[in-house]
Design a protein around this ligand. Structure first.
Ligand code: AMP
Ligand code: MG
Length: 500
């Protein structure tokens, strides 16, 4: 292994690693034309130290790290040595950030390659925080330990909640400081994704106005994520419809568990329908549709209840990129794209209603269901009831809170019971349905902060404990009372910060 120095910035891959680990790299994205990427290796770091390795994910990927010494593992997950078969690149993309269009790209990440499992599933392996690239602009290309561990925790929580997401395979400290408001410990996250193709990737290629490359990106995306429309004569239209469907499903899932992404810029929306780019994200405690945690989201653009309209807005930007491929006649193409985007509302509302009905264990249809759901949400908002725990209470879990003695709530429960009886199902069946979609455990903000604060002091036990608890959000195997309560009331509003 070589140390970082002026004489040689990049390290050559060390060959034998693959044999022990079972990496199987096959890199398709790096074969796309120059416009799509920069060929670049991670910048090596001074003193890498592995903090956490996701053994469960490793197993799912068919990877075996058990025969590798910690030193070598640390070097591997810091990008100081690269496995055989990698072909690392920084991906080009653009994005609307808080509504403003900018050319971006991986400014602090490299995609080392695509690992293909024995089941022929293809995954991007990306190092986040791996040094400067030509897309870094003024940034240092690095990341701090806190934000990388936050991404690890929340992405694993989202995965355990059965919501599509990028995953986190490892976090390694770099042994170098990063300069933010304070000096912080540097770290690299190994991110695993079904791809990193974003709405912003399409925006970047579309902005270059090279129709052949745009077609190439559509073909590539379809081959990788939507092979069912491979031979379609209306590929661009079909792709748009499928991505809308996937995104509606994703946002409905976020609304189900009270997740607030925090930076739904178009560069942070994946075409695969996975949750991506965990920055100032957090889970809502008491129900308030206007909840915003991100310190930079001054006007609440990405507030909890704004997530569906913002998703629609982002998808409209995606549709604009596809216009030249939708119809040769531009007016017709715009008309078609507009009609498709206008479907968002209907698709979303139906999915949301089905989801809320499942949260309440309501089988079949009743004309007053929407009214029943909204009256619960209104009560929760007005009485500041905890979103997660209210559904736990309805599932007869021992939630102690005087709020549930409120007359209005008791009356609502009566109405809910009356509606439930129309199903002719017993309570047990109803609870079975509810238990699949109502988490008992979410990563509570104060618990996440506690784990990150201890990790910054080199104590990782709190983090490991939290990770073990969030793995079973629907059916906790141990006593998790401590993890169920919202943060104690505080004068300060909880705020999250971008991981830059
Ligand atoms: P994000 O907020 O992580 O979605 O990043 C938005 C854009 O800023 C992306 O192009 C990133 O690559 C870039 N970026 C974020 N942090 C840094 C950094 N420390 N150095 C260079 N580029 C960065
Ligand atoms: Mg991003």
């Amino acid at each position: 292994m070589q140390k970082r120095g002026n004489f040689k910035q990049y390290l050559e891959p060390i060959k034998p690693v693959k044999n022990y680990i079972n990496w199987n790299f096959d890199n398709s994205y790096s074969k796309l034309p120059e416009a799509f990427k920069e060929i670049i290796k991670p910048v090596s770091v001074l003193n890498p130290e592995l903090v956490i390795l996701n053994e469960n994910l490793a197993k799912e990927l068919g990877l075996d790290f058990s025969k590798i010494e910690k030193n070598e593992l640390s070097a591997l997950f810091a990008g100081n040595i690269l496995p055989e078969g990698t072909s690392s690149i920084a991906q080009a993309y653009a994005g609307h950030q808080f509504g403003h269009f900018t050319m971006l790209g991986d400014g602090r990440a490299v995609l080392i390659g695509e690992h293909v499992t024995n089941q022929k599933k293809r995954y991007d392996i990306q190092f986040k925080g791996s040094g400067r690239t030509s897309f870094s602009r003024g940034g240092d290309g690095r990341a701090a330990l806190g934000p990388m561990l936050r991404e690890y925790i929340i992405s694993e929580a989202i995965h355990s909640l059965n919501i599509p997401t990028t995953r986190s395979l490892a976090v390694t400290k770099t042994g170098e400081k990063v300069v933010r408001e304070n000096l912080l410990e540097g770290a690299i996250l190994t991110r695993v994704a079904s791809s990193h193709i974003r709405v912003g990737t399409f925006q970047y290629i579309a902005a270059k106005q090279n129709i052949d490359e745009l077609k190439m990106l559509v073909d590539y995306t379809v081959d990788r994520h939507y092979p069912e429309i491979k031979s379609s004569a209306t590929k661009a239209v079909d792709l748009l419809n499928l991505v809308i469907e996937k995104q509606c499903q994703l946002i409905v899932n976020w609304m189900r568990v009270g997740f607030i992404h925090g930076v739904m810029n178009t560069d942070n929306m994946a075409i695969s329908g996975e949750t991506i780019d965990y920055g100032p994200c957090a889970f809502m405690d008491h129900y308030d549709p206007k909840t915003v945690f991100s310190s930079i989201d001054k006007f609440g653009r990405y507030a909890f209840s704004n997530q569906p309209p913002i998703a629609k807005w982002n998808l409209a930007r995606f549709a604009e990129c596809l216009i030249p491929l939708i119809d040769k006649n531009e007016d017709q193409a715009i008309k078609t794209a507009t009609q498709i985007i206008d479907n968002f509302q209907t698709i979303y509302e139906q999915k949301w209603l089905d989801m809320m009905k499942s949260k309440l264990g309501l089988i079949g249809d009743n004309k007053d269901d929407l009214k029943l759901i909204n009256s619960l949400l209104n009560w929760m908002e007005e009485s500041k009831a905890d979103y997660t725990n209210t559904f736990c209470y309805l599932m007869d879990m021992p939630i102690k809170d005087e709020i549930y003695n409120d007359k209005r709530f008791i009356e609502w429960v009566q109405a809910w019971n009356n509606r439930s009886n129309l199903n002719n199902s017993n309570k047990e069946d109803q609870f079975q349905l509810m238990k699949k979609v109502n988490p008992v455990i979410i990563p509570r903000n104060h618990k996440v902060e506690e784990a990150l604060s201890d990790a910054n002091k080199n104590n990782y036990e709190t983090l490991y404990k939290l990770l073990s608890v969030i793995q079973n959000p629907y059916n906790p195997k141990v006593d998790v009372l401590e993890y169920q309560s919202p943060a104690p009331e505080s004068k300060e509003k909880y705020q999250t910060f971008c991981g830059t």
